[in-house]
Design a protein around this ligand. Sequence first.
Ligand SMILES: [Zn+2]
Length: 153
Amino acid sequence: MWVVQVQPQQSMCIGVIKISSEQFTIEQFYNYLSEGQIMAGKCEQCGKSHLPPRPLCDKCLSQKFKWIKISKDGKLLTYTTIYVAPQQFQAMVPYSVGIVQLERELKLPGMIMNLSENQLKIGMTLEIDFNSCKNTLSWPHWTRYCFRKPEQE
Ligand SMILES: [Zn+2]
């Protein structure tokens, strides 16, 4: 794993709250997703990583973070299979959504592609896929990743 240091571009003051233009927000998280990267916010004070990033550390209340790139490999922690879906997902029924354990104790929820319910096993290796979800236009605009079985090398 490698670490990306993001230079703060500029700061502006709104009242007494100082806001950097490189914010540790969900929006910035999705910007990175659109570039095919899973980025977490690592607290510079206590070292706790947050995914999705948040502007305030829930462990030490620090607001100092740096971006770190997270490996796209993880293990399936839990899943559920959907048979009755919201309208925009009805064409995909049945499909499964799971929570995947990534490095640094991080967990990420998402849809699992191309695996039926009886192919899923708790603890199996899944990877984050940035490509196969892009062509389903009816998805909400912000959904930019899903999980799949890693390709054999
Ligand atoms: Zn902290």
